[in-house]
Design a protein around this ligand. Structure first.
Ligand code: SF4
Ligand code: MG
Length: 333
């Protein structure tokens, strides 16, 4: 049990040609107060849908939650009314996305957008909210905060817009910040600054962060612990150090292998062969088997469970006891 958020058996399905297809299929993980946890995986692995499910923000999609529990500070968010959920969103759990332009209102001044949440959730007077908004903008490294209050989103650079989004997210001092690819749209220098800012907010304010990313570089930079997702499932979980030092799941190994290393000259960038399976046509057995260099017979027939080994977890027949194929496989390496 984690002391902030516990996700258990989360299943989310989408409607597709009158069929329901599971995009998130029994996801389990948790976050402690003040921790930075990464969810990493290729696009389509279900990481964004997991975060939207936690926030119950699927109404713009054809998706809905089929099963599971999302317990935040002891309360199952999936049992709450929309009204109660609205009090949690923005105040206790805030979210930032890849492209701030889509979450900021293009025709509303930055100051007004910031003050809205502050007035709604913290019940501050207009004057007090304005001061708090300016302080929050300063705290995320925005120069000329008073002037920026009167500007529109399009007047700012991409990096500044993302800082504004972080300011809006942090303005009510949430205990959990969910950041979905927060730096993907930014160039490398700005990306580093934003990650640095998020780390600082975590250490100054003790905000826990769930960092959703396809980029292991981001994970290495900021996270304490990592969840690796593949085809709607958790396939590995470990501390960042353990994950990079001794990845267990073949998919994690491939992901690490495909990160370009500074100073290393590679004739060709390694990319994992094959594709993430279509949720309509999930293979039987291990979902990674069609792309796995270590696949054994059992892998194509039976899906491995997520098993624990000390503080880490993995879903792979290579590490499961009484696995009949193990010696055969390790012997043939
Ligand atoms: Fe590869 Fe089998 Fe492990 Fe799946 S269970 S990752 S196919 S070795
Ligand atoms: Mg995504």
């Amino acid at each position: 049990m984690y002391d902030l958020l516990n996700v258990k058996g989360l299943k989310t399905a989408f409607k597709n040609n009158n069929q329901r297809v599971s995009v998130v299929n029994g996801v389990d993980f948790g976050i402690n107060k003040g921790e930075i946890v990464g969810i990493v995986g290729e696009s389509g692995c279900g990481k964004s849908v997991t975060s939207l499910s936690i926030m119950r923000l699927l109404h713009d999609t054809t998706g809905d939650i089929q099963d599971g529990k999302v317990t935040f500070k002891g309360e199952n968010l999936l049992d709450l009314s929309e009204r109660s959920m609205r009090k949690i969103r923005g105040k206790e759990i805030a979210m930032i996305f890849q492209e701030p332009m889509t979450s900021l209102n293009p025709v509303m001044k930055i100051g007004k957008q910031l003050m809205q949440g502050i007035i709604l959730h913290l019940k501050y007077s207009k004057e007090k909210a304005k001061k708090h908004a300016i302080d929050t903008l300063k705290s995320v490294g925005i120069p000329r905060a008073e002037d920026i209050m009167n500007e529109y989103p399009h007047q700012l650079s991409g990096g500044m817009r993302q800082r504004v989004m972080i300011a809006i997210a942090m303005s009510c001092e949430p205990e959990l910040l969910i950041a979905d690819e927060p730096t993907t749209a930014l160039d490398v220098t700005i990306q580093a600054q934003i990650l640095e800012l998020m780390k600082r907010l975590q250490s100054d304010r003790g905000t826990a962060i769930l960092m959703i990313t396809h980029d292991l570089g981001v994970v290495a930079e900021v996270c304490d612990r990592v969840i690796v997702m593949y085809a709607g499932r958790v396939v590995e979980e470990a501390s960042v150090d353990e994950l990079f030092e001794s990845p267990r799941h073949p998919y994690t190994k491939d992901l690490i292998e495909s990160v370009p290393k500074i100073g290393e000259r590679k004739s060709r960038l390694y990319s994992i062969p094959g594709h993430v399976p279509n949720p309509n046509q999930m293979p039987n057995g291990c979902k990674f088997a069609p792309r796995c260099q270590h696949a054994m017979e059992i892998c194509f027939n039976k899906e491995p469970e997520l098993t624990s080994e000390e503080k880490r977890k993995h879903r792979c027949w290579l590490y499961q006891q009484n696995n009949v194929g193990r010696e055969q496989n390790l012997g043939s390496k």
